[in-house]
Write a protein that binds this ligand. Structure first.
Ligand SMILES: Cc1cc2nc3c(=O)[nH]c(=O)nc-3n(C[C@H](O)[C@H](O)[C@H](O)COP(=O)(O)OP(=O)(O)OC[C@H]3O[C@@H](n4cnc5c(N)ncnc54)[C@H](O)[C@@H]3O)c2cc1C
Length: 466
């Protein structure tokens, strides 16, 4: 089927969904043209649809498949890779009206939610239950549907894993309009192909998710945070795999380089009590949070961690009071807004094996120097997933620098995106690096889920080799 630019099919969809669920032009709102990606260009869709239930989603997709109209799912639009940016003149299916928490099942420790439920809403609902959904990508306004579609990660992945490890089941509408249910309220299965996991991380290219069943964990009430400044990047990077291997199971293991920390302190006005001498000698910081059931046990583990940090060359290991720790972690989560305001031109979200972090960090800085660009890093060191903000206004130069970073990281055994996804902004870099056999297989998988090729076309990879 050839993807067509739809004439605005307002009447047809208004009859189906009701006029309030069909918006066009300025009435739809410019927020539907883009996400938070620093690079992907905004695009105007023909129409924004807000179905109220799975049957309506299925009918919309069925019509679109028959007509060859492109359909792009949209959660909260907080994505960082341009994945929910529509095809020009295409259809956006926004899940804002499908935002009910269907059930919190305490016995099976799962929550069943509609895709438009935000992390903030789920967290609020779980607060009195003693259970927690521990996946914590940086912004709690993101939707569970978007989290599933991007396989979102975040700071706590080092202990709990990413969205993929928590999605136990899905209800989803295929590109044909057929509805499937996958998985369930159980934690293991060996029953045919794992369609749940194929859809997780597929960025709306295989199916539209209409319900998500996620795994919950008991809330561990006691947490303590340590801040460790290091004067040598190699030392801070080298201690990360050792902390992970120590068995202390950090909840958070974040890396913040000196440039980023300076910006965060300036942005928030926070005073961490660091002396000017320590700040002057520091190249990068580690923030480590441990959690547990018993406060005394967490304190014991923190003492062992502090010893490990000193032995690895840390200038100090400060216990952060709870308020200050929360402020620093919130500032770290908001680092994206800081780099955006500072005019960053792009973000790199590569993941490498933890043991290769020292080499990766060193080589990124060498490449930045070679290209005459500024590159600052902070991120999920415990997962080998350091985010770099790249300041290089010249497009050609920037693109060459990013290609060089991605190729170098791939040679170290890494992958282009640890958690933000490929979307539209990293598509070409991904297609340049990925093996043709794997791209061809992914196209065949997409064709099986979405024979008309209408679901988020052009996201992750193009339909044809380019
Ligand atoms: C300040 C900030 C910090 C962030 N920190 C992190 C972080 O630490 N870790 C991390 O992983 N991400 C992070 N992100 C990125 C972002 O929050 C995640 O990618 C999130 O999962 C996107 O969810 P969303 O609801 O906004 O999805 P959208 O941006 O709306 O969509 C993302 C993708 O999901 C698809 N999609 C959405 N809903 C559905 C559905 N129901 N069915 C099928 N496909 C769907 C879209 O088509 C698109 O491909 C951050 C973003 C910001 C702005």
């Amino acid at each position: 089927v050839t993807i067509k630019q739809p004439r605005v099919p307002v009447d047809r969809f208004a009859d189906l969904l009701g006029p309030g669920a069909v918006r066009t032009g300025e009435a739809a709102g410019r927020e539907f043209y883009a996400d938070e990606s620093l690079r992907a260009a905004a695009v105007e869709p023909a129409v924004v649809l807000t179905p109220a239930n799975t049957s309506e989603v299925a009918e919309v997709v069925r019509i679109a498949a028959t007509e060859g109209w492109p359909v792009t799912a949209r959660g909260a639009g907080t994505g960082l890779s341009g994945a929910c940016i529509p095809v020009e003149g295409g259809i956006v299916v926004s899940f804002e009206r499908m935002a009910d928490i269907v059930e919190v099942d305490l016995e099976n420790q799962v929550a069943v939610v509609q895709p438009g439920v935000t992390l903030a809403q789920l967290n609020e609902r779980l607060a009195p239950t003693g259970l927690v959904y521990p996946v914590f990508p940086g912004t709690d306004s993101a939707s569970l549907g978007g989290n599933a579609a991007t396989n979102a990660g975040g700071m706590r992945a080092v202990k709990y894993g990413v969205t993929r490890h928590h999605v136990l089941g899905l209800e989803a509408v295929l590109g044909t309009g057929e509805v499937i249910s996958t998985g369930g309220r159980y934690v293991k299965t060996s029953t045919g192909y794992d369609l749940t996991q194929l859809i997780v991380g597929s960025e709306g290219t295989l199916a539209l998710v209409t319900e998500v069943t996620v795994r919950l964990h008991p809330l561990l009430p006691s947490t303590t945070a340590l801040l460790a400044p290091f004067s040598a990047i190699d030392e801070v990077a080298a201690v990360v795999p050792r902390i992970v291997a120590s068995g202390l199971q950090p909840l958070v293991l974040e890396y913040i380089d000196k440039g980023t920390m300076k910006g965060l302190l300036r942005m928030t006005g926070m005073n961490l009590g660091l002396s000017a001498t320590v700040i002057g000698q520091t190249e990068a910081y580690l923030v480590v949070v441990l959690e547990g059931k018993e406060e005394s046990r967490v304190e014991q583990d923190c003492a062992a961690l502090a010893t490990q940090l000193y032995e690895a060359g840390a200038q100090d290991a400060f216990y952060l009071p709870p308020g200050q720790a929360a402020d620093l972690l919130a500032a770290r989560e908001n680092a994206f807004w800081m780099v955006k305001a500072a005019g960053a031109d792009d973000l790199v979200d590569m993941v490498v094996p933890r043991s290769r972090i020292p080499e990766y960090l060193r080589r990124v800085q060498e490449l930045a120097k070679q290209f005459g660009s500024r590159v600052y890093g902070c991120g999920h060191a415990g997962d080998g997933n350091i985010h770099f903000s790249v300041y290089e206004p010249d497009e050609q130069q920037r693109s060459a620098l990013l290609s060089a970073i991605y190729s170098m990281g791939a040679r170290l055994g890494g992958a282009i995106s640890g958690e933000h996804g490929i979307g539209r902004s990293k598509r070409q870099y991904y297609m340049d690096i990925e093996s043709p056999e794997k791209l061809a297989l992914q196209r065949r998988i997409k064709a099986a889920f979405d024979p008309a090729g209408i679901l988020n076309p052009g996201c992750i990879f193009t339909a044809q080799t380019q």
